[in-house]
Design a protein. Structure first.
Length: 262
């Protein structure tokens, strides 16, 4: 299978896992807090549903050979979803995520390899694998936001983690180096499932070096999914695995402050 095939398969698995929960949520469950700051469960589903509607429109316009929608389209979609009831948001999540997943699945082999989709916020149109991977990341993080509210041991979907993991990601927009209070350190990071190794440079800016540092100040060992949750601000004490090991001058509390979430 191509890279796009594998990502689309992971999208289907992740969506169906969350959908199974959502179909059983009553009003009280939808009004309950999620792990996403300031959002209840229904608002998380609204975010995922409106995003699915917008991406479905974007991909379909590309397939139809039409220009991308203007910003008014997105604003109108968000306004409609924000004004919907919790039950409507949950139902809409199911409808639009099914539509988007089915649309990805309907793409031919040639389209999966050669179609280029204009997203409007990237410097160039992106291939199907990239667009599907972006959606997979969004779905996976917010699925965890929903599931972890009632299950502190919840982890990111295992099928999604390898496609979300990058050891060359730009951390400048998701970090607050000011919270280091002038301290600098280099940590050797080792992950499992998948097994990777790289260096985390804690200075201004915070950055990743895919190569191991010769004179690291400490080390961080943890599951890959926990690393992804750390940099997304989702590794609170009650959601931290017992297998995480950190040595050196930087505490886990400081790392959480450096990666406050997005």
């Amino acid at each position: 299978m191509s890279n796009a095939d594998i990502v689309i398969t992971a999208l289907r698995t992740g969506y169906e896992r969350l959908a199974e929960l959502v179909t059983n949520f009553d009003e009280d469950a939808l009004a309950g807090p999620s792990a996403a700051a300031e959002w209840d469960i229904a608002q998380v589903l609204s975010h995922l549903g409106s995003g699915a509607e917008i991406m479905t429109n974007t991909v379909q316009l590309t397939l139809d050979g039409k220009p991308a929608a203007d910003s008014d389209f997105n604003q109108n979609v968000w306004a409609r979803w924000n004004s919907s009831s919790r039950q409507e948001q949950a139902a809409g999540f199911l409808v639009w995520n099914e539509k988007l997943t089915t649309l990805f699945e309907s793409l031919s082999d040639d389209q999966r390899d050669n179609l280029r989709i204009e997203l409007g916020y990237l410097p160039a149109p992106a291939d199907v694998a990239t667009v599907a991977r972006m959606r997979l990341s969004e779905l996976t993080y917010h699925s965890w936001d929903v599931r972890s509210a009632s299950d502190p041991s919840a982890t990111l979907d295992v099928e999604a983690v390898p496609h979300m993991f990058q050891n060359t990601i730009d951390l400048s927009w998701i970090t607050k180096p000011a919270n280091l209070n002038g301290r600098q350190a280099v940590l050797t990071v080792t992950t499992t499932d998948p097994a990777t190794g790289f260096s985390l440079r804690l200075n201004d800016p915070v950055s990743i070096d895919p190569n191991a540092a010769d004179n690291a100040d400490g080390s961080l060992t943890l599951p890959a999914e926990s690393w992804l949750r750390l940099i997304a601000g989702r590794l609170a004490p009650d959601h931290t695995p017992a297998t995480l090991e950190l040595t050196g001058p930087i505490t886990l509390a400081t790392l959480r402050e450096v990666f406050p979430g997005y």
